[in-house]
Design a protein around this ligand. Structure first.
Ligand code: MG
Length: 364
């Protein structure tokens, strides 16, 4: 091969290589805005520890009925972490004694270790993660607004996509998730995470409705279990898994602010007998909830009267039996601690905690 022929063949090879490269090019989506931590001078940061004025019995804990188990007596609401733009999605890992939660606008998941209250970044970018939970094997399950998916963090640290589309179209923005005893994964899919670039990535809605889905543990099949919510949000099973509670925070989009309860066939993925379980949150709304061993429903409260910010507790028959008052709008909560008797509450810029006189249901 002479020099001219060599150059010509090299050019052809380069062109071919270039063509191949272009043909296989894939677009990597943006991971979303990654915020800097709140630039609050240390002297002006919200203090950690008991809240101001928390002489025992703590006036932040309001019993409306003898059934309320919110007060340990010799205890008070404590601020255990602060400095977030908007905290949601607490999930407690008993084996490691740490809490994972999302700081959605800062595009990060945080980890708070319970032994020395050490706070650090667990994952960033988090694809604007929102709801987190722990599955029956102890793995982290996460809803990602920016990724428009539900993912599982495996024991080796790799991430498995559980659900990112339905009927060939992208999910809206999975918000909250719960795992049943048969390992099925149930999640809500409102539009909050695609409405702008602050808590996710602005994008067209592809799903016609805002559904709650069930992912089958064996086949991986994704199925709609209910499709008539304005904005489905937090969800929780009763301890016996005969009922499923689902929050509609649709007041943000012209709908209701209430909790519905269904009879649920966990294995079949069927919801029947829909009823409004709790209402009266407007002009504010509730976002996330957990259930204790007696079946009482502990649900967040915020966005209305500041005096109502915090948590409301409803007996299983729907009676409002108690409140926990926080200095910030509360979005999500979970029971943590080795004995599941420490209520962690994600409220705007801070995480609050309270030892309560009951225990969370074995699984969130
Ligand atoms: Mg939520």
């Amino acid at each position: 091969m002479n020099r001219r022929a060599f150059l010509a063949s090299s050019a052809a090879a380069a062109t071919a290589a270039g063509t191949v490269k272009l043909a296989t090019a894939a677009t990597v989506p943006l991971t979303g805005e990654t915020g800097d931590p709140l630039p609050v001078p240390p002297s002006e940061q919200l203090p950690l520890g008991p809240l101001a004025g928390s002489r025992y019995p703590d006036s932040h804990i309001e019993a409306l009925d003898k059934r309320f188990k919110g007060s340990p007596g010799t205890g008070a609401v404590e601020r255990v972490a602060t400095g977030f733009r908007w905290a949601e999605g607490p999930a407690y890992f008993r084996a490691g004694r740490y809490l994972i939660f999302s700081d959605i606008p800062n595009n990060r998941q945080m980890r708070l270790t319970e032994d020395d209250n050490h706070l650090s970044v667990f994952r960033s970018p988090s694809y604007n993660s929102n709801g987190n939970t722990v599955d029956r094997q102890g793995r982290l399950i996460t809803c990602q607004h920016g990724g428009r998916r539900v993912v599982r963090t495996e024991f080796d640290g790799t991430i498995t996509i559980i659900a990112d589309s339905y009927n060939g179209k992208k999910l809206n923005s999975p918000n909250d998730v719960v795992v049943a005893s048969d390992d099925s994964i149930w999640f809500s899919d409102p539009s909050y995470g695609i409405g702008g670039n602050y808590e996710g990535l602005e994008a067209p809605q592809e799903q016609a409705k805002h559904n709650v889905f069930r992912v089958d543990p064996k086949s991986g099949e994704i199925k709609v279990v209910v499709d008539d919510f304005t904005q489905p949000n937090g969800l929780a099973f009763s301890p016996d898994e005969k009922k499923l509670y689902i929050i509609d925070s649709g007041i943000t989009h012209g709908g209701p602010a209430h909790i519905r309860v269904f009879d649920v066939d966990v294995g079949g993925g069927k919801l029947t007998n829909s009823k409004v379980f709790a209402e009266g949150f407007a002009p504010g709304f509730t976002d996330g909830m957990r259930v204790d061993v007696e079946g009482s429903v502990w649900t967040s409260m915020g966005w209305g009267d500041a005096k109502e910010d915090g948590v409301r507790c409803y007996a299983s028959n729907g009676d409002l039996i108690g409140k926990i008052h926080l200095p910030e709008t509360c979005a999500n909560l979970t029971f943590g601690g080795l004995l599941h008797n420490r209520l962690y509450m994600c409220a705007s810029t801070s995480v609050y905690a309270l030892y309560v006189n009951t225990r969370g249901a074995a699984y969130p």
